[in-house]
Design a protein around this ligand. Structure first.
Ligand code: SF4
Length: 519
């Protein structure tokens, strides 16, 4: 059964550097799991992208190589050295080659890693990026697997050895899943657990005469799964009923949702959200201070709003603060500073920029801001159950569109609205973004991404005001989210982050692309 998305694993986060969560963060995570599977220091890697996929035309510009170079050379994704991850890999003596190839896949964001370790050991791994930094490893050395980086794993490949499945099954401790599979004379044994493996099991495997190599795969996601409890609501309509019956607001429901997904306490989850908000506010400060990065289209502009106010060209307003904050976040992202992908790096400006501006203007407490982020998070979790956040599959309607709906719900929460009003605000905001294409100029996530993030944030504010004032959303949120999925299927691939349509192919965009390719 497909797991429900978590707010921290799939919606708010990862904390990262890089232009794109589906390109950079997912690649980095795939690389780290792949290294665990190889289970020896890496010497050489060939990374292949499918020629018909969305990654083939822009894997370098959108930061996929940055993610793989950093992940395969052992950098943390927030490390300053991620900015020059290719040099770091070379310094460590690791040769990483990229190639556009052709291989069977049904997903536009598919990558095949061919790894060779220092002793000559090899591993071939196929993986897909699911949007927002989520990923799935789908095959290892020809065996079909489903690894999401949210559990501890052990993987053993044995050739020309007797099948140990029956014997190993007798040793599996409670809570550890075991499976085995044979292809030709190669047998794969796999163990999965939400806790570290017991010492007795590890000792038994390490001393087994027929087992020569055990790969320990560490979880890479912030929340380890497998401790889920029953959710008291199963759909958006039932969530609204639950809120009414229990006098709960959408922030409360977001926290309940994540408690059920993670098995963690409210205190731990609130602290985690508070930490995330702190990082976002630091990214805003960094952006406002001024950022530099050579491979970039736009200069710093976030300071221009305050300048225009000071010079009397515009009047101060909360909308100005939204524009300023969103711009600062997007500038931090484009300068490869640390940001929180929420729900993606490309749309990281919308929620953070809007919620900070509104909370500053009405004087919200830290606790109220945490609740607003949980309200945004649960809208994102239901969105993730639908189309998800991959622009390569559904265009910008699932990046800035989703972010706008999430921000609208968060603003209603900040303003003291109830769960129904927050859900209706999300519905209205997303309705206004349906059909939004993904057409980044020169494959940099800047133009028209900055304007789309600002529009999404201001649209969120307008939708929240409309909902609290009693405007009718007409179409319920679950039906709006379904429509996003339906519309996504009808959008041509040229406007789904491939750089082959929309503004990306205008005369000006092509000139910018040529100029930047000479850097
Ligand atoms: S257009 Fe939207 S989806 Fe595409 S890269 Fe820009 S922000 Fe992301």
């Amino acid at each position: 059964m497909k797991k429900l998305p978590g707010i921290f694993n799939d919606v708010i986060g990862p904390v990262m550097r890089g232009p794109s969560s589906s390109h950079t963060a997912a690649s980095w995570r795939i690389a780290r799991v792949a290294l665990d599977i190889l289970n020896e220091p890496l010497k050489q890697a060939l990374i292949e992208f499918d020629s018909n996929g969305a990654w083939a035309p822009n894997y370098r510009e959108q930061g996929t190589t940055m993610g793989f170079d950093g992940g395969l050379s052992g950098l943390e994704i927030t490390d300053e050295r991620m900015k020059s991850a290719d040099s770091h890999a070379l310094q460590k003596g690791i040769v990483i080659e990229y190639r556009v190839s052709s291989f069977p896949t049904d997903h536009p964001n598919t990558v095949r890693l061919n790894l060779r370790g220092i002793s000559g050991k090899t591993a071939q791994i196929t993986a897909v990026s699911l949007g927002g930094g989520s990923f799935e490893i789908r095959s290892v050395n020809g065996f079909l697997v489903r690894l999401y980086g949210d559990l501890f794993g052990l993987m053993i490949f044995n050739a020309d050895k007797p099948d140990l499945s029956d014997e190993l099954k007798t040793r599996i401790p409670p809570g550890v899943e075991f499976s085995s599979e044979q292809i030709g004379d190669l047998i794969k044994y796999e163990f999965r657990s939400s806790s570290p493996f017991p010492t007795e099991l590890m000792t038994h495997l390490q001393n087994h005469p027929f087992i020569v190599d055990i790969a320990l795969i560490n979880p890479i996601m912030p929340v380890i799964t497998g401790r889920e409890t029953e959710m008291p609501f199963s759909s958006i309509p039932s969530l609204i009923d639950f809120a009414r019956e229990n006098d709960a607001d959408l922030g409360d429901l977001g926290l309940i949702y994540e408690k059920c997904i993670s098995g963690d306490t409210a205190a731990k989850l609130n602290t985690r959200m508070n930490d995330i908000i702190h990082i976002i506010h630091t990214s805003i400060k960094t952006g406002l201070k001024g950022t530099n990065y050579a491979d970039r289209i736009l200069p710093q502009q976030s300071h221009l709003i305050r300048e225009a106010e000071n010079e009397g060209r515009i009047r101060e307003s909360v909308v100005n603060r939204i524009i300023e904050n969103v711009s600062a976040l997007m500038e931090s992202k484009s300068a490869m500073e640390v940001v929180v992908a929420a729900p993606t790096a490309g749309s990281c400006g919308t929620i953070g920029g809007a919620l900070k501006a509104i909370s500053d203007s009405i004087g919200s407490s830290d606790e109220e801001l945490v609740k607003a982020w949980f309200a945004a998070g649960i809208v994102g979790a239901y969105f993730a159950q639908g189309p998800g956040f991959s622009a390569e599959e559904n265009g910008c309607q699932v990046e800035c569109g989703a972010a706008s709906g999430m921000a609208a719900a968060g603003i209603v929460q900040l303003m003291g609205g109830n769960a129904k009003q927050a859900i209706d605000a999300a519905s209205m905001a997303i309705q206004n973004m349906i059909g939004l294409i993904c057409d980044p100029v020169a494959d940099r996530v800047e133009v028209p991404c900055l304007g789309k993030n600002i529009s999404a944030a201001v649209n969120a504010y307008a939708s929240a005001i409309m909902s609290i004032s009693g405007f009718d959303a007409v179409i319920p949120l679950d039906q709006v989210i379904q429509t996003v999925s339906d519309v996504g299927k009808t959008m041509p691939s040229c406007v789904k982050c491939t750089g082959k349509g929309g503004l990306a192919v205008t005369e000006t965009a092509l000139k910018i692309k040529n100029r930047l390719s000479g850097l």
